[in-house]
Design a protein around this ligand. Structure first.
Ligand SMILES: *[C@@H]1O[C@H](CO)[C@@H](O)[C@H](O)[C@H]1NC(C)=O
Length: 327
């Protein structure tokens, strides 16, 4: 059975690559093609909640998608790189003289492995958030606040007399079809979901991994600043008539839930292979904010299986180091 384990690990590794590729592909199809047609909802004549002025294309926004995508990629990547390097060098400092011989075996590889793993899980969550938000928008087909300005229905031809009249005519709109199609995708807000996902993931990373003394106020400052920036994205979306409050709220929950699930369940609060950690798996899931965390039915991550024996190897090496230290 022991001989078969590496084989299985390889299969699991390729399986994960397939999952990752599938996620990216699905996100691409949602984002850049019209493979999945938007659900066409009707509307009330002169509906006030959809009659806001048209704010222009997304790229004309104060926080355009390009800016959001760049920040959502750059900030967590830099934070994870900084955090891992800091943790690595601070942890290594105490045992530096003892690790010269075994440096290659124990201490460099865990660093790289942690960085790649956390960035991989983060990217996976980012694409998942995109898919969730896009799928919600396409399936629900809820209109944006500026829908009627983009749609420009001919009320005379539709015979609108009262505001209680509901129009289900699919060809009611006379505006630019692409703009109308974009105005049908409002719930949940994708930009808010992505921002909150990135902010929540990074905030949890900073809170759980940064262990340096004197970070008592730094950690909450970074975390709250990031969450405020994410909230600001939602506020701007509403202020520019691109989303309703409900869309922003739903985006908040989507992004936040995915981040919390990935951090607590899939990567065990970033405790993998931390140099000096007693075991790669915590005995009891610790709470984030001092409250007992809801014990989610955690699936054993294939990512973890991937390097099972390596973990054990690292642990053995560390154990050896620790015994050397004691001597
Ligand atoms: C609206 O529809 C009416 C009746 O079909 C037509 O006479 C009118 O020209 C249309 N108006 C616009 C702006 O298309």
């Amino acid at each position: 059975a022991g001989r078969e384990a590496p084989h299985l690990r390889q299969i699991m590794f390729y399986f994960q690559l397939v999952i990752m590729a599938g996620t990216v592909l699905l996100a691409y199809y949602f984002e850049y093609t019209d493979t999945f047609p938007v659900h066409i909802q009707g509307f009330f004549c002169y509906d006030k909640s959809f009659s806001k002025p048209y704010p222009g294309p997304e790229s004309a926004s104060k926080i355009p998608p390009v800016l959001i995508y760049s920040l959502v990629t750059a900030i967590p990547t830099l934070m994870i790189l900084a955090g891992e390097l800091c943790t690595f060098f601070i942890k290594a400092e105490g045992v530096r003289e003892k690790t010269i011989v075994t440096a290659d075996c124990c201490y460099f590889n865990p660093l790289l492995r942690r960085i790649i793993r956390f960035l991989g899980v983060y990217a996976f969550g980012l694409f998942t958030t995109t898919i969730f938000a896009n799928a919600g928008q396409v399936v629900i087909g809820n209109q944006t606040p500026h829908f009627l300005s983009a749609c420009r229905p001919n009320y005379t031809a539709l015979g609108c007399q009262t505001t209680l009249q509901y129009i289900t005519e699919r060809r009611a709109c006379t505006g630019n079809p692409l703009v109308v199609m974009a105005a049908r995708k409002s719930f949940p807000s994708k930009d808010t979901a992505l921002s909150v996902y990135a902010a929540a993931f990074t905030a949890m990373y900073v809170t759980l991994v940064f262990k340096t003394q004197g970070t008592r106020l730094t950690k909450p400052t970074i975390s709250l600043t990031l969450l405020c920036l994410a909230a600001l994205v939602g506020v701007v979306r509403v202020a520019e008539y691109r989303n309703h409050w409900a869309d922003v709220l739903a985006g908040f929950f989507t992004g936040g839930a995915i981040a919390v699930f990935l951090v607590t369940c899939v990567i065990n609060n970033f405790r993998w292979l931390q140099p000096g950690a007693p075991s790669p798996r915590p005995q009891r899931p610790e709470s984030l904010l001092g409250m007992p965390m809801v014990t989610l039915p955690c699936v054993e991550s294939p990512l973890e299986k991937l390097s099972g024996p390596q973990v054990r190897g690292g642990g053995g090496c560390e154990a050896r180091l620790r015994s050397q230290h004691r001597r």
